[in-house]
Design a protein around this ligand. Structure first.
Ligand code: NAP
Length: 346
């Protein structure tokens, strides 16, 4: 059951330039909502609006506000008059920084900035993009299947990266705030697995590199790592459903579909895009070799917690409560690759 939602009050989407945020914005526009967005610099605003307007002409009406996760400036203005806020912005860099706090501090403090400004402005509900990084990491013995009751342990460092730690620390801080000073403000979190699916431009999230790395010929072999894939359009659907569904308040929702080993993503791409066949590696990189090479290579280092592990989460709750139907992983791989070819990325 959906609330009777007043579509005339603006809905704020933070990190409006991002891969997931763009799809959330498009879905909100399609459903008739007025949309606001935050970006770090307003200089990027006209290009962003033009990009989104190529999919929905109403994107030209989006109001953009400058706000950075690391500063208090701009947040009160951005949330003023909004009933709902989708807090999606968080650093997700392709390479991990030397200092984990470069990710943890903006993720955690940025979430608190968005929540505190929302509470002060009388916002009803914030829907925050967390991650399965906040569910499925830091276990001494990995459970066979995990759900929203599971929480990652950011202190078991060998089963985490700075990124996975940043996500669980930020989500925990958000719930602590809601259960303390922020009481009265509603929160729901969306916890996606590895997000794939179409990109709108040549500027996209780090997760899409799962495809670009395979199609660009830069990898001689694939490491034994795997992920549940979720389509960016289904993550957006979950975000909007978590806004419209009264029972979603106070809840976490895992969004995840089929599990793929990295090498098997290559298999799908070889079948569907024969012109790229020669570039897509068929060889497997032995895990012991990768562990050794990672001593010298910081990019490889971030893969180590994933090696030979199958982290598996249930999407049952998002289907049941939010009514989301998840696309098969194969469709997200194919649509992602097709869009990357269209944008001449690969
Ligand atoms: P993305 O395209 O890189 O989007 C990240 C957004 O966060 C961008 O708009 C970026 O702005 C913004 N941002 C980063 N640092 C910021 C700062 N200091 N101040 C203000 N804005 C900042 O990645 P995405 O995949 O859409 O990720 C969106 C959210 O989903 C993140 O919270 C991420 O952790 C979460 N998530 C992603 C995946 C995945 O597989 N992609 C999986 C689970 C969860 P700029 O454009 O200015 O850099």
């Amino acid at each position: 059951m959906s609330d009777q939602i007043d579509t005339s009050a603006p809905v704020l989407v933070t990190g409006a330039s991002g891969y997931i945020a763009q799809q959330v914005i498009l879905l909100l526009l399609d459903k008739g909502y007025k949309v606001r967005g935050t970006i770090r610099s307003l200089e990027k605003g006209p290009a962003l609006k033009e990009l989104l307007a190529s999919k929905n002409p109403r994107a030209s009406e989006i109001e953009l506000f400058a706000a950075d996760l690391t500063s208090d400036d701009g947040w009160p203005e951005a949330v003023a008059g909004c009933t709902y806020v989708h807090h999606i912005a968080s650093p997700i860099p392709p390479e991990l920084p030397k200092d984990p706090n470069d990710l943890i501090v903006p993720a955690r403090d940025g979430a608190l900035r968005a929540l505190k400004a929302s509470k002060t402005a009388g916002v009803k509900r914030v829907i925050m993009t967390s991650s399965v990084a906040s569910v499925a990491y830091g276990y001494k013995k990995l459970p066979e299947i995990m759900n929203e009751d599971n929480w990652s342990n950011p202190d078991l460092l060998k089963d985490n990266t700075a990124y996975t730690r940043s996500k669980v620390i930020a989500e925990k801080a958000a719930w602590d705030y809601i259960n303390g000073d922020g009481k009265g403000l509603e929160l729901a979190t969306i916890n996606p697995s590895a997000v794939l699916g179409p990109v709108l431009s040549g500027d996209f999230s780090a997760s899409v590199q799962l495809i670009t790395q395979l199609m660009s010929g830069e990898l001689p072999a694939t490491p034994r790592i795997g992920f549940q894939i979720v389509d960016v359009r289904d993550v957006a659907a979950a975000h909007v459903a978590a806004m419209e569904t009264p029972e979603a308040a106070g809840e976490r929702f895992i969004t995840a579909s089929d599990y793929y080993w990295f090498g098997d993503i290559g298999g799908v791409l070889r079948e569907e895009f024969p012109a790229y066949k020669k570039k897509i590696p068929t060889r497997k990189l032995p895990s012991f070799l990768l562990s050794f090479l990672s001593i010298f290579n910081p990019v490889m280092k971030q893969v180590i917690p994933e090696l030979d592990k199958k982290r598996f989460v249930s999407n049952e709750k998002a289907q049941r409560v939010l009514g989301v139907t998840f696309r098969p992983g194969r469709e997200s791989i194919i649509d992602g690759a097709t869009s990357l070819i269209e944008h001449k990325v690969v």
